[in-house]
Write a protein that binds this ligand. Structure first.
Ligand SMILES: Cc1ncc(COP(=O)(O)O)c(C=O)c1O
Length: 344
């Protein structure tokens, strides 16, 4: 997208098992699309392809979302402030902001939690992943269906020392939720259960990982026995635009969807989620996750162990210097926009 704005050639690389809509959409924005072996969590294969391109093509500039601090900073500044505005409206007089829950893909969105923790000390940050690929929870691995998240490694830009809880989501729960929200029989059942028409219209805004985020919020609320005064923040990371084919695939696999299926899905997969597969993180639990970065980033991707140590031991200076960069970057964006004539 940015390359198109800047008039540069671009190459997008993603696992070939991602949804067909994603590939169709990318064809309209990227110059070249390369599918690498595997599904959602096969990111090592992407890194290998990137190293190959670096060696075989000229003038390659790599933007790796998992290591670009611009990604972290964007969510710290932009998503963080947007959430703060929403919280001010939602909490009102009696509401209490409790924390934010976010599944981690590149770990960028999690930075909004860092911003909010600065504003609301004592608030929590919960990170989510698929139970089928429990890297943070158990150093585990595996293929899963929560597209956009959970890639068998800890992103370089994830501020692990500031993360309070891991919440694993069974991908079957997310898939059941999007089926319930998008099949006509599911929608009919929800209407009969008293869901308002305005709310029904918003349901397609919830994609698979957005559904996982909502399930995380339910799990955190149950774990800490929260009340209606407590507010948990999350993000609907993308909409159903990319996943119509997934709903069709489920129909082919499991047969037509009925209101009976909808009732089961709502009570088993949404209301029924419990406090299992979660971990409240101690100092050394966090350190274990932080240390996992070594194997991807220092051993494979050329980072130094000194910088890895700085992320942990020189915490305030390291993360603080990133957060201070926003003003200087804004000035350069203004300068660029002036040069293009967009800004006068
Ligand atoms: C659909 C979807 N959900 C969730 C995420 C995770 O967000 P982040 O990369 O900021 O951790 C992504 C990231 O690309 C995504 O595409």
């Amino acid at each position: 997208y940015n390359a198109q704005l800047l008039g540069c050639d671009s190459i997008a690389i993603l696992p070939e098992g991602m949804s067909s809509e994603r590939f169709e959409w990318l064809k309209t924005v990227a110059g070249e699309v390369i599918g690498t072996p595997g599904t959602e969590s096969n990111v090592k294969e992407i890194y290998d392809k990137v190293w190959e391109l670096r060696k075989t093509r000229d003038n390659i500039m790599v933007f790796n979302q998992f290591e670009e601090f611009g990604n972290h900073l964007w969510h710290y500044e932009v998503t963080g402030h947007a959430m703060e505005e929403v919280l001010q409206q939602v909490c009102g007089e009696d509401g209490r902001y409790f924390g934010v829950v976010l599944t981690s893909g590149s770990g960028g969105t999690l930075a909004s939690g860092d911003y909010l923790k600065g504003k609301y000390p004592g608030s929590k940050i919960g990170v989510g992943e698929a139970l089928q690929c429990p890297t943070l929870l158990w150093n585990g691995f595996g293929a899963h269906r929560l597209e956009g998240i959970g890639d068998k490694h800890v992103p370089w830009i994830h501020n692990v020392k500031n993360t309070d809880m891991i919440i694993d989501i069974d991908d079957a729960d997310s898939m059941a939720m999007i089926r319930l929200f998008n099949e006509p029989a599911g929608q009919e059942f929800l209407r009969k259960s008293g869901i308002s028409e305005t709310f029904m219209e918003s349901l397609p805004l919830i994609g698979i990982s957005g559904a996982a985020n909502i399930l995380m919020a339910i799990k955190m609320a149950k774990y800490y026995e929260l009340s209606e005064q407590d507010v948990i923040m999350t993000v609907l990371t993308d909409s159903m635009e990319m996943y119509g084919s997934r709903v069709k695939e489920m129909e082919e696999e499991m047969g037509p969807y009925t209101e009976m299926d909808a009732a089961i899905d709502l009570h088993q997969h949404v209301f029924g989620v419990g406090v299992d597969y979660m971990q409240e993180l101690s100092y050394y639990d966090r350190k274990r996750i932080h240390n996992l970065k070594y194997y991807t980033w220092v051993e494979q991707q050329g980072k130094t162990s000194e910088e890895l140590n700085d992320q942990w031991y020189d915490y305030d200076a390291y993360w603080g210097s990133i957060h201070k960069m926003a003003d200087a970057i804004d000035e350069r964006i203004d300068e660029f926009n002036r040069l293009t004539g967009l800004l006068v």
